[in-house]
Design a binder for this molecule. Structure first.
Ligand code: S3P
Length: 426
């Protein structure tokens, strides 16, 4: 278990790039695997989660080749995967397990998916239920609630699935199963979530149906054309640098070439509302995604209220947002965010437990938290709880604590941002 020491320090004035977007990288690999021919992916994120997806698609009979900075994926077409000889190890990655389950439900062979101890306690009934409804055998541990999962499917039937949680992973799993189903499959989301699946499938030639913001459909039998894919930088990784700039006086950070998909940039809207100097500049497009630069300058922040409508587009940024709120003037209240309890850790309890170690005064609720900002924080020995985003959020907070902090379990960052600590400490 690695321990990192962070010291409070001087202004951060930098222009940098962050690793490729994690959500897009997973999809690039999976959709390339389903395409009719060879796709070329550049900018693929090199973290452990995306590595898990690559390992799984290879175990399902898809060959990949690294050529310089690019990865060639020899697609086998929708329905063309082959039975794996062993368990599919999704490691820490919910996206791998949930999206892949949607694809595997469309195949007649047996697959067993497992993951690390964190993933094996994350809710899976939300994907198994619709897949079963579509005709697949879909089982899980503890009355079909958790991994390991067992899937054996085949030709599925299209359906309309009304989701009771706002989850892009569930939406994507059902749509991917829908590609293997007879007729049209619709999903209805309670709130619009990240739409990479829709954008990327469209850019590969699939007709994605949309009625309003939250009803999305695909028709079975659609084929995916191979593509040249360029993965933009991850706005969720950029958020740590934005926070570093906001916390250290005199700082100004520009993060280049990031996905500026509005379903992902909620965090930047929130910090702007707190008084942060933030500028998003779109410079182009990649794989149907707007791409551009983010510049953030040190600013004095004021607490705000965050309601459920604002949660999905900032869902992965609440650890770092909470860290910022603890340094803002006044109270920040987050509600409608119960989903935070089902991430890589229970991010309501783990964040509160860790921030309190530094003297932050906060309350937690079933669906959120209240953070009283502005207290002078004391040096702390933080713990990552095996959660990459919690580890990085706490490390960044250390920049603003006189006397700094330690983060135990810092290696968790490798899940989405290998090299983060080296870059932060350089
Ligand atoms: C993701 C969706 C979100 C997000 C996760 C990645 C995706 O999860 O938290 O990090 O790639 O679709 P939920 O679908 O569970 O909200």
């Amino acid at each position: 278990m690695s321990r990192i020491e962070i010291k409070s320090g001087g202004a951060i004035v930098r222009t940098l790039r962050v690793p490729g977007d994690k959500s897009i990288s997973h999809r690039a690999l999976m959709f390339a695997a389903l395409a009719d021919g060879d796709s070329v992916i550049s900018g693929l994120q090199q973290g452990l989660d995306v590595g898990a997806t690559r390992g799984c698609i290879e175990a399902l009979g898809v060959s990949t080749e690294t050529q310089g900075d690019e990865l060639i994926v020899h697609g086998v077409g929708v329905g063309g995967l082959s039975e794996p000889g062993d368990l599919l190890d999704c490691m820490n990655s919910g996206t791998t397990m949930r999206l892949l389950s949607g694809i595997l439900a469309g195949h007649g062979f047996l697959s067993v998916l497992t993951g690390d101890r964190h993933l094996r306690i994350r809710p899976m009934a939300r994907i198994l239920d619709p897949l079963r409804e579509m005709g697949a055998l879909a089982l899980g541990r503890d009355e079909d609630r958790f991994a390991p999962l067992i899937l054996r499917g085949g030709t599925l039937r299209g359906l309309t699935w009304k989701m009771n949680v706002a989850s892009a992973q569930v939406k994507s799993a059902v749509l991917l199963a829908g590609l293997h189903a007879r007729g049209t499959t619709w999903v209805e989301e309670p709130k619009a979530t990240r739409d990479h699946t829709e954008r990327m499938l469209s850019s590969m030639g699939v007709e994605v149906l949309k009625e309003g913001e939250c009803r999305i459909g695909v028709t079975g039998g659609s084929r995916l054309s191979p593509a040249e894919m360029t993965v933009p930088g991850d706005p969720s990784s950029a958020a740590f640098w934005a926070a570093a700039a906001l916390l250290v006086p005199g700082s100004r950070v520009t993060i280049k070439n990031v996905s500026l998909n509005p379903t992902r940039t909620g965090f930047f809207r929130l910090i702007e509302r707190m008084g942060g100097a933030v500028e998003l500049t779109t410079t182009g497009e990649a794989m149907g995604e707007p791409v551009g630069d983010i510049t953030v300058e040190y600013s004095q922040l004021t607490g705000i209220e965050v309601g459920e409508d604002e949660v999905p587009s900032a869902i992965d940024e609440f650890p770092v947002f909470g860290a910022l709120a603890s340094m803002a003037k006044g109270e920040t209240v987050i509600t409608g965010a119960e989903e935070l309890r089902h991430k890589e850790s229970d991010r309501i309890d783990t964040l509160a437990g860790e921030l309190r170690k530094a003297g932050v005064v906060m309350e937690t609720f079933a669906d959120g938290m209240k953070i009283s900002g502005g207290a002078k924080l004391s040096p702390a020995r933080f713990e990552s709880h095996g959660d990459h985003r919690l580890a990085m959020a706490l490390g960044v907070l250390g920049l603003a604590i006189e006397g700094g902090c330690e983060v135990a379990g810092a290696e968790a960052a490798d899940v989405s941002y290998p090299g983060f600590w080296k870059e932060l400490l350089s």
